[in-house]
Write a protein that binds this ligand. Structure first.
Ligand code: ZN
Length: 160
C-alpha cells in the first residue's frame, strides 16, 4: 500500500540540523505512527513521504518554510523578571505557555540579563533546515475512528 491521504504511516526516523546534531528520533523500539495528511507533521515531511511504501528508506531536507516556519524577530520579547513571579530557578531553555492574540503558544527563555528576561515565541526549530532520514515501517488505511480523532490508535499511537 502506498502512502496517501488518510493512511496510517509508521516510520523510524532521525532528524538532524545543519551541523549534523541529532534533534529528534523515533524511539528504539516503537516507530512513530501518524495519520498522513492530517497536518500532525510538518508539510515538507508529509510531501516527501507521499507515494512511498513499507520498506522504503529515504533522506531529504525540509526548508524552514515547509518545516517549522521562519524565525520571526517580533516574537522575541524582553520582559521583566516580575512576569515570572513564583517560578524558582528561572533558567535559559525553560518553556512556558503564554496567551497571545493568536491564541495559546509556547515561549522559550533564551537569555537572562539581571531583571531582564528574553523570551522567544518561535518554535524551537523555526528557521532551521531539517535533515530527515526515514524508514517506512508500515502503511495501512486509517480507521474511521482514527480519522475522527485525528490520531493513530494502537502500536505507535494513542492507547485509550
Ligand atoms: Zn483517539
Amino acid at each position: 500500500m502506498q502512502i496517501a491521504q488518510d493512511t496510517v504511516v509508521l516510520v523510524r526516523y532521525t532528524l538532524r540540523n545543519d551541523a549534523g546534531d541529532i534533534l529528534d528520533s523515533s524511539a528504539d523500539g516503537e516507530p512513530l505512527a501518524y495519520v498522513h495528511g492530517s497536518g500532525s507533521l510538518v508539510p515538507g515531511f508529509e510531501r516527501a513521504l507521499d507515494g512511498r511504501k513499507a520498506g522504503d528508506k529515504l533522506s531529504f531536507e525540509v526548508p524552514p518554510t515547509d518545516g517549522y516556519g521562519l524565525h520571526e524577530a517580533e516574537l522575541v520579547q524582553e520582559v521583566p523578571r516580575s512576569a515570572f513571579e513564583g517560578i524558582a530557578n528561572l533558567d535559559v531553555g525553560m518553556q512556558f505557555h503564554a496567551q497571545s492574540n493568536q491564541g495559546p503558544h509556547t515561549v522559550t527563555v533564551t537569555k537572562i540579563d539581571g531583571d531582564r528576561i528574553t523570551v522567544d515565541g518561535n518554535h524551537p526549530l523555526a528557521g532551521q533546515t531539517l535533515h530527515f532520514e526515514v524508514e517506512v515501517a508500515d502503511v495501512r488505511a486509517a480507521t474511521g475512528e482514527e480519522l475522527a480523532h485525528g490520531h493513530v490508535h494502537g502500536p505507535g499511537g494513542h492507547h485509550h
